[in-house]
Design a protein around this ligand. Sequence first.
Ligand SMILES: [Zn+2]
Length: 235
Amino acid sequence: MQTCQSPNFEDVNDARSNAMTGFPPALIDGYRDFKKNKFSDESERYRQLASQGQTPETLVIACCDSRAAPEVVFNALPGELFVIRNVANLVPSYNPDGEHHSTSAALEFAVQSLKVKNIVVLGHGRCGGIMAALDTSTEPLSPGDFIGKWMGLLAPAAETIAADQGMTGAERQTALERVSIAYSIENLRTFPCVSILESRQRLSLHGAWFDISSGELWVMDRETKEFFRPSIERA
Ligand SMILES: [Zn+2]
């Protein structure tokens, strides 16, 4: 009978490592920097997180886009943010139909188990998913057209904005990026666990939009749905 043994963690040289795994060398280099620097600096925090578990106060729902990582934008430390990322930071409405819902599953865990106090929907500029929603003339990327179906969640708003001749293309793009944030926040409220906790003031919902080119964050006013830029100076 086989026993469960620890894997062999001996260091291997680059040539052997690459030959064995084909793992991207840039990622190995990044890992080395992380282990020597960031992990070293935060080793006590990692040890505590490992022994005591995570207790993030904030769930961020963000886009998959490689330029808009929430941990980078909010300068967050390990354990501070619970993050869901999908194309265009969308939250589908509550739909307990027995199908597979990854965003809903992660949301359920964050709210019911981790008991986060804040949910932030973080959109961003130049979002490819939003671009696809505005330009429905492009061919699907594959027969499954997963992006087309996913972005179909925003179709009514996209059609309205796409038809607005008073805006430039860039303005339409930004407008739908910001509408998508408000849309996701409204859909969050269709989840009973979210709406109940929000009504008891134990959970608050927020929107924000990150401008990749300038590095500026715009925060959504919860009443007016307008976006404004917080000062970068601490009060
Ligand atoms: Zn995006």
